[in-house]
Design a binder for this molecule. Structure first.
Ligand code: CTP
Ligand code: MG
Length: 231
């Protein structure tokens, strides 16, 4: 008799997407290669990922021209770390990374390198919620502004009740087969949870963290610099 509890895979795979150009930041190099107090955004993100409980597969999705450790100051990486070339859209980059995640991982997390200060605790919280039974888990924060929906001419079409809104972040976590099925459709979305939602699966929001904000603009980079400096 086989005992599934002992034979089922129990590893955590993390796909860090870092293949974007960073058009809104407007630096000379791809955004993940921009240095924040001397270290690249990717290196800062990876440092926090390496401490994730049960990490057994790390996939770094980077621009094709930079697909090797010599281009990044990552320090020592575990043997399971792999570099993969990204695609033109974030969704394509995630799909390329997901294809490189080993079958020993029952849970896969997708993380933006641009959220380079997201604490390890957020990753562990997301993994725990997936293991507790959710198909998909995203970290989120309450929205402070009132949000309006608008039409093409800018006229307001609605005001969603603010208490029902969450601003979601990464890492987003899924059972491996759920994420593979969601990406199999070949559709594009701004986050992975949206693809999973479209397959009819339920996605749970757990507490996010203000430090998991995304470096998008020059202002965000300056904020990250102040935080790293402890100012
Ligand atoms: N990303 C990726 N592949 C792409 C586009 C984005 O791997 N084709 C990654 C980025 O490197 C980033 C994350 O997805 O870590 C979130 O994307 P975003 O903040 O939009 O980064 P960029 O696309 O690089 O920035 P911009 O939209 O300003 O060009
Ligand atoms: Mg982008």
């Amino acid at each position: 008799m086989t005992d599934d509890a002992h034979t089922a895979p129990r590893g955590v795979g993390v796909v860090v997407v870092a293949a974007g150009s960073g058009a809104r930041l407007g630096a000379q190099v791809p955004k993940a290669a921009v240095r924040l107090a001397g270290r690249t955004l990717l290196a800062r993100a990876v440092e926090r990922v390496l401490a994730v409980d049960g990490l057994s597969c790390l996939v770094l999705v980077v621009p094709a021209a930079l697909a090797g450790p010599e281009h990044w100051d990552l320090g020592e990486l575990p043997a399971h770390a792999a570099f993969v070339a990204g695609g033109a859209e974030r969704t394509e980059s995630v799909a390329a990374g997901l294809a490189a995640v080993g079958e020993d991982c029952d849970v896969v997390l997708v993380h933006d390198a641009a959220r380079c200060l997201a604490p390890t605790e957020v990753f562990d919280r997301v993994v725990a919620a997936v293991r507790a039974g959710a198909d998909g888990v995203v970290p989120g924060l309450p929205v402070v502004d009132t949000v309006k929906t608008v039409d093409a001419d800018g006229f307001v079409t609605g005001t969603p009740e603010r208490t029902t809104l969450r601003a979601v972040q990464t890492p987003q976590g899924f059972r491996r087969e759920v994420l593979i099925a969601a990406h199999a459709g070949g559709k594009v979305a701004t986050d992975d949870a949206a693809l999973v939602e479209r397959t009819g699966r339920r996605v749970l929001v757990v507490d996010g963290d203000p430090m998991a904000f995304k470096v998008t603009t020059r202002d965000d980079l300056e904020r990250a610099e102040r935080l790293v400096a402890g100012a």
